[in-house]
Structure formats: structure tokens, C-alpha cells
Design a protein around this ligand. Structure first.
Ligand SMILES: *[C@@H]1O[C@H](CO)[C@@H](O)[C@H](O)[C@H]1NC(C)=O
Ligand SMILES: *[C@@H]1O[C@H](CO)[C@@H](O)[C@H](O)[C@H]1NC(C)=O
Ligand SMILES: *[C@@H]1O[C@H](CO)[C@@H](O)[C@H](O)[C@H]1NC(C)=O
Ligand SMILES: *[C@@H]1O[C@H](CO)[C@@H](O)[C@H](O)[C@H]1NC(C)=O
Length: 441
């Protein structure tokens, strides 16, 4: 029985693959629409984000242009730039193909008749590709939304840049469970590799994490709980949209439009607004771990960009003290300002040089000093371990070489182990205690 079944299925497969082959082989990119661009020649004249050098490539749809750019010599990123020369404002990088995997002079971007888009380094090494060879692609386009697409004969997108965000989400772009569900910050303006921060779409919320090299797990420092919660089901996707206020006609909202599954529903949350058409906007997870909305108004010269909302800001629901590196390596933050540097001998004035001394691993060689009325940035959005004795919390930290201190709430016996300290927040609540590890003198 088994053998006759397999013969039957093999012939069916043959028949199917023959039919597939014949339909796909018809769908090729016309030779006149293929291209190869070489990363060579003079750099552009205008000032762009990260103070980069760039070479603009022909694909352009106002205000988006495909470019090669570099911030360090001979290490180029293929990226989409937003902004025009006419507005005389800084142009921004809103999508990139090859973060952390740069190409050199004479690298090539090739769109072949098979429908694959390939970024190859000068020695032929493939740095990045869309993996769309022989999948029915007939054309390439940069759309007015900033979505770069490869489409089939019916106009369906076989590949789209909107499915691979790095640190930026344009209007119309989505985070998707089971797909691109997060943004990751850039390490620094100079260094285009993944940074320490991520914005993650989780089943019930959006969450922001800080990944310290010392910490086994990323630390939560913000969640969307104050903006929206998902009571039933789980998030399937979330799309940044621009919604004009039809009653007033002069307000344009930036909205998170989200779908849940099990059960399915569609909801939205208004996040920010502007007084002009803000279809050209983006959400950016910054190098500093903050989250911001920027809008682009092409009708204004010089000041075409507007920062319309900052999530962790003195004017927002959550202040700047919640930013893990607000006070550098170590500092006490109060009312959006770094006010002190804790030491075993008490508080001193804060400076960028403040740092917690790493203690030896031997229990006989370190102790703790206590701070009262202080929280760690992870405490606000995490519950810690409940029902713990303070001494248990301490011994957990003492047994763990990587623990830099522990935080304890006496009113509800909660304990947090800190693998990195960075910014502590002063809140004046004497039931919130911090114990910082320090070498014994
Ligand atoms: C790029 O290729 C051109 C033409 O082959 C060559 O003249 C030039 O030296 C190459 N540039 C670099 C930096 O390798
Ligand atoms: C989001 O999910 C809903 C429900 O599953 C689906 O209908 C919709 O097409 C999805 N939107 C995007 C942008 O993926
Ligand atoms: C806003 O601008 C976009 C193009 O940038 C346009 O498609 C849209 O119709 C405009 N919306 C309104 C309400 O004018
Ligand atoms: C101090 O914090 C605890 C919870 O950790 C809270 O129950 C209490 O009300 C706070 N006290 C003051 C004075 O804010």
C-alpha cells in the first residue's frame, strides 16, 4: 500500500512542479527593468543623519531615495533616506538592508531577471538579498510611503522592506507576531550595529528592554500598559497609521492600529498629533533607548522635521529618569535630572564619570551600602520576587558574582536582583531600599 501511495504522490508532484515551473517561468523581470548599481564615485553634498557620507542611487520616490552610506571609511550600508534637498533639512535613514554587515567600495546592488535583489560586496560575497529568485517577481518599486517592494504580475508584494524594520517604523508599517515583531536600536551614530535597546511587540503589550552585557536577560524599563492593555486574546500585529480628524479637519493623529487573535479584534490607540498632514512620519527607537515620533512636513523649508512626541520625557506620562543610561554608568535621577552619585561614603555630585565599583566575588571581600527611597529602572514595570525576606534577597545577590546590588521593598517584601545599576530613581519612599555591592576597605 505504501509503495503505490508514494508512486501516486510522486507523479502528482511531478505534474504539480511542471505546472508551477511553467507559470513561474513566464514571470520574469523584463530586461529593461533589471539593474546593477555599483557603489563608486563622488559622495553627495548634503548633510544627512549620523553625519554620513552617501551615494544616492536612481530609485527615488519623493521624499524617499535609495542610497549607500557610510559613517566609517569603506563600510557601507544600503539604506532608504527620507527628506528632500528642497526642504534644506537633515535627511534621515529610515530603512536599512545590512546593519552589522557592511559592504565596501565597488559593492553592487543587482536586480536580475530572476527577480532576486542582491547586495554583493566587491569580492562577490553576498551581504544581503531578498531571496526572491523565481518567485514570480516582475518588478521593483519604491512606493510613496517609503515601502520598497518586489511585486508579481498581479501587483502582490513578494517582498517588501516594510517587513524588515531595524530601528524605525514608517506610517503604514507594522510589527507582526511571528514576523518582524521588534525594533532594535543602533549602537551609536558612528557604529551601525545592534545597540542595547529593543522595542518588542509581546502578546499583551509593547515592551522596551535594555540588554546589559552583564545581565543574563534583557531588563524591562517600559511597557505600554499606561497606553493600552490587551484584556482578551493576544496581539497579532500593530500598524503605525496617520488619521485625519474628520470633524475638525486640521488635526492629524498618529495612531497604533492593532489586531488581536483568539479572539480576534481590531482596536487603536491615539498616540500623538500634528496640525498638518502627518502621513510622512516615523517612530524611532533611538540610540539612547528612547522612543520618539517624528513627522516630515515637505511644505516647510529648513524645519521640515518635527519631533511630535517622546515617550520618556519630562512632558510625557513617563519621565527621563526611566531611561537606563540617563545618568550614564551610575547615578541618581530625580525630576528628569541626574542629581547625585552614590558612593559607600554617601552621595556626591553627579558627573559622567560616576561608576559603581565592581566588587570581588569572594564573600569576605565585599559588603553593601544602603540607599533609602531609591528604585532601579527595572522596578517600575516588573514585580520582582514577592514574599522574600530581606536576608534571602541579600544572600541571593551575594552568591551571584554578577549581581551588582539588590533592591528591596519592605512594605510588600519584594526583591529585585540587579545585574547592572546605571540609572536609579529617587522617590523618597522610605520603604524602597537599595543595597549596592562594594569592595570592603
Ligand atoms: C572600483 O572598481 C574600479 C573599476 O574596476 C577600479 O578602478 C577601482 O580601483 C575600484 N575601487 C576600489 C576602491 O577598489
Ligand atoms: C493584522 O492581523 C489581522 C487579523 O489577523 C489581519 O486581518 C490583517 O491583515 C493584519 N494586518 C497586517 C498589516 O498584517
Ligand atoms: C496626506 O498626504 C498624503 C501624501 O503624502 C496623501 O496621500 C493624503 O491624501 C493626504 N491626506 C489628506 C487628508 O489630505
Ligand atoms: C511606598 O511604596 C509602597 C509600595 O512599594 C506603597 O504602598 C506606599 O503607599 C508608598 N508610600 C508613600 C508614602 O508613597
Amino acid at each position: 500500500m505504501a509503495s503505490s501511495y508514494s508512486i501516486y504522490s510522486t507523479s502528482l508532484l511531478l505534474l504539480l512542479s511542471f505546472q508551477l515551473f511553467s507559470t513561474i517561468s513566464e514571470a520574469i523581470v523584463p530586461a529593461s527593468d533589471t539593474f546593477t548599481y555599483v557603489n563608486e564615485g563622488d559622495f553627495g553634498d548634503y548633510i544627512v543623519e549620523y553625519d554620513a557620507n552617501y551615494r544616492a542611487l536612481p530609485p527615488f520616490n519623493n521624499p524617499f531615495q535609495l542610497c549607500f552610506y557610510n559613517t566609517t571609511p569603506n563600510a557601507f550600508t544600503l539604506a532608504l533616506r527620507m527628506g528632500t534637498v528642497r526642504s534644506e533639512a537633515l535627511m534621515r535613514w529610515v530603512w536599512e538592508a545590512n546593519r552589522g554587515n557592511p559592504v565596501r567600495e565597488n559593492a553592487t546592488l543587482t536586480f536580475g531577471t530572476d527577480g532576486n535583489l542582491i547586495l554583493a560586496d566587491s569580492d562577490g560575497r553576498i551581504a544581503w538579498q531578498t531571496n526572491t529568485a523565481n518567485k514570480g517577481v516582475v518588478g521593483f518599486q519604491v512606493l510613496p510611503t517609503g515601502n520598497m517592494v518586489l511585486h508579481d504580475g498581479k501587483g502582490n508584494f513578494i517582498w517588501q522592506s516594510f517587513d524588515s524594520p531595524t530601528d524605525t517604523l514608517l506610517v503604514g508599517q507594522s510589527l507582526k507576531s511571528g514576523g518582524a515583531s521588534k525594533l532594535v536600536s543602533r549602537a551609536s551614530a558612528m557604529n551601525n550595529v545592534d545597540g542595547a535597546y529593543s522595542l518588542v511587540m509581546e502578546p499583551k503589550q509593547l515592551a522596551m528592554y535594555y540588554k546589559s552585557p552583564n545581565s543574563p536577560r534583557p531588563m524591562l524599563y517600559w511597557s505600554s500598559a499606561e497606553w493600552f492593555t490587551i484584556d482578551k486574546g493576544s496581539l497579532a500585529n500593530l500598524t503605525l497609521t496617520s488619521v485625519p480628524d474628520t470633524d475638525e479637519g486640521f488635526l492629524y493623529y498618529l495612531v497604533f492600529d492593532y489586531f488581536t487573535k483568539n479572539p480576534s479584534s481590531n482596536q487603536n490607540r491615539y498616540m500623538a498629533y500634528s496640525r498638518y498632514n502627518n502621513t510622512l512620519s516615523y517612530l524611532r527607537l533611538g540610540i539612547d533607548g528612547n522612543l520618539r515620533f517624528y513627522t516630515y512636513n515637505p511644505n516647510v523649508q529648513g524645519v521640515a522635521w518635527e519631533l511630535v512626541y517622546t515617550f520618556l520625557d519630562r512632558g510625557s506620562m513617563e519621565g527621563e529618569c526611566q531611561l537606563p543610561e540617563k545618568c550614564g554608568k551610575f547615578g541618581l535621577c530625580e525630576n528628569n535630572q541626574c542629581v547625585a552619585c552614590p558612593t559607600p561614603n554617601g552621595l556626591i555630585g553627579w558627573s559622567r564619570e560616576c561608576e559603581a565599583k565592581v566588587a570581588s566575588c569572594k564573600a569576605s571581600e565585599f559588603g553593601y551600602y544602603k540607599l533609602e527611597g531609591v528604585d532601579h529602572f527595572m522596578i517600575k514595570y516588573t514585580r520582582g520576587d514577592g514574599g522574600r525576606k530581606e536576608s534571602d534577597c541579600e544572600s541571593k545577590c551575594s552568591k551571584d558574582c554578577k549581581c551588582m546590588g539588590y533592591f528591596y521593598h519592605t512594605s510588600d517584601s519584594r526583591c529585585w536582583i540587579a545585574y547592572d545599576l546605571k540609572t536609579l530613581t529617587k522617590n523618597g519612599n522610605s520603604t524602597h531600599l537599595a543595597y549596592i555591592k562594594a569592595p570592603k576597605k
